[in-house]
Write a protein that binds this ligand. Structure first.
Ligand code: NDP
Length: 480
């Protein structure tokens, strides 16, 4: 296998118009921040500034929470069938504007257009459609006969799937009758701000969804606000722990979707070609900026040489470069800080004695790039096996028996995802029941569906997003 030269097939950016600067979206309109402070968001593929973004301080967050509180009075008492109409409308508008969102997401995040077009935006749309369907059926969700919304929910999301994380958070919150203050990540605010336009188009009442941009301190102000009923957070385990400490002793509800160090386990009886695709998809999808990435590969010892050779061959065909090129498989690393973190961990892999192999590829001169890489000769003690790298870097280990595979897979403080590749259903059942992971994929990886709950064990967090169970995170049972 070799990498073929294709002519560039650039997606046009003319469909997107980016403002010079953005205020905060509060109570149905964009307003200037009290902080009077702005920060820039850049395109990580070329380091060019895209726009100036308002940084909300605690006063701004308070204004947003008060708007959401006022809106809660009406929104929460609308019949579910009425709320559903708004959410269906949001889903349809988002679907109609999918290309615009895909291009903007690629510009702000650095991920390939192939992924934003075929994955991020369609999955986001699916979440709105799915949850719109629940809005008038909550009493049949098995969560009590009279489930009620919680109030104003604060939602803090990361930069790896900006639009998809927004959808995972906002769609169930609205379906259940809550109102929202959302804080997008500092490096990827643009699609959330464009989403405000969708909300206006859908005629959503002012204040039902408010978007406050900013950095960690904006998120912290949201967490600390006394009128917030629930925090839904996706991000790093450290920040998740801080949030837990902050709200301990309050009546605030909390769901945390944190880091991961997922094991992708290949048995000798697996369909190897498919497993290789599963490895690629597991770790190099979205530059490995995936909490449930299959970042630890466990290969049955007898097939290690074959898997490594085939993996190298397949990786050699990956195309790294301009995220707007429809041929691109691997885009830019989201930020300079994330690139430094990846480089630092990779360095530790080398200094701790592992063997490193990287795709040979000429990386663009501008922007933040890291070639897909794997390590062999690693042990459970190595940092690259223990710590979440959140980049296109795979650590390969071996096992001999299913029991050993389980032991190694579970030897992590995390517990978000795992993958099992085998022809034997009995082995799948054995592994799935012994792996400590919120999701176990069998003969596939990184598959998502709004009907399927997602979430972690241990340091990967708690609470589930999606499916009937996910609704429980936005409802309380009221016994009359
Ligand atoms: P963070 O946890 O810092 O960021 C997630 C979100 O929380 C962002 O919106 C962030 O704002 C906000 N935030 C930061 N500090 C606070 C705070 N004290 N209180 C409330 N909200 C806060 O993740 P990073 O983006 O810094 O990434 C660091 C590492 O986290 C990665 O290398 C990766 O290992 C992991 N990670 C895991 C993710 C997952 O899906 N499980 C997603 C992203 C990262 P801001 O963007 O302004 O910092």
């Amino acid at each position: 296998m070799e990498r073929h030269d294709y002519a560039e097939a650039l997606e046009s950016t003319s469909i997107v118009s980016i403002e010079k600067s953005y205020g905060l979206y509060i109570d149905g309109e964009f307003i200037e921040p009290n902080s009077k402070t702005y920060f820039e968001t850049i395109n990580p593929a070329n380091e060019q500034t895209l726009a100036q973004i308002a940084e909300a301080n605690s006063h701004d967050v308070d204004i947003a929470v008060q708007a959401a509180k006022r809106a809660f009075g009406t929104w929460s008492t609308l019949p579910g069938s009425e709320r559903a109409k708004y959410i269906f409308r949001i889903a349809r508008i988002l679907q109609e504007r999918a290309r615009e969102f895909a291009v903007l997401e690629t510009l702000d995040n650095g991920k390939p257009i192939r992924e934003t077009r075929d994955f991020d935006i369609p999955v986001s749309v699916a979440h709105f459609f799915y949850h719109a369907g629940w809005a008038d059926k909550l009493q049949y969700a098995g969560l009590g006969s009279n489930p009620q919304p919680l109030g104003v929910v604060g939602q803090i999301i990361p930069w790896n799937f900006p639009m998809m994380m927004l959808a995972w958070k906002i769609a169930p919150a609205l379906a259940c009758g809550n109102t929202v203050v959302l804080k997008p990540a500092e490096t990827t605010p643009l699609t959330a701000l464009l989403f405000a336009d969708v909300l206006d188009q859908a005629g959503l009442p002012p204040g039902v969804v408010n978007i406050v941009t900013g950095a960690g301190s904006t998120g912290a102000a949201l967490v600390e606000h006394p009128d917030i009923a629930k925090i839904a957070f996706t991000g790093s385990t450290n920040v998740g722990k801080n949030i837990m400490k902050t709200i301990a002793g309050s009546s605030k509800r909390l769901t945390l979707e944190l880091g991961g160090k997922g094991a992708n386990i290949i048995f000798e009886d697996a369909a190897i070609e498919e497993a290789i695709e599963g490895i690629i998809n597991g770790i190099y999808f979205n530059q490995g900026h995936v909490c449930c990435a299959g970042s630890r590969l466990l290969v049955q010892e007898s097939i290690l040489p074959e898997v490594v050779t085939r993996l190298q061959q397949r990786m050699s065909t990956l195309r790294i470069g301009n995220p707007l090129d429809k041929n691109t498989d691997v885009g830019a690393i989201n930020s300079k800080a994330q690139l430094s973190r990846i480089q630092e961990l990779v360095k530790s892999g080398v200094s701790e004695g592992s063997e490193m192999w990287s795709c040979e590829s000429e990386l663009p001169k501008q922007g933040y790039w890291f070639a897909p890489t794997f390590f062999t000769n690693v042990t459970d003690a190595h940092r690259i096996v223990r710590e979440e790298i959140f980049g296109p870097v795979l650590a390969i280990q071996t096992f001999r028996t299913p029991q050993e595979a389980v032991e190694k897979a579970n030897n992590t403080p995390y517990g978000l995802s795992a993958g099992v590749w085998t022809e034997k259903a009995s082995k799948i059942h054995y592994m799935a029941s012994h792996l400590k992971a919120g999701v176990v994929w069998a003969n596939t990886f990184n598959k998502f569906d709004p009907a399927s709950p997602f979430g972690g064990y241990r340091e990967s967090g708690f609470g589930r997003e999606g499916g009937r169970i996910g609704l429980g995170a936005y409802l309380k049972e009221v016994t009359s």
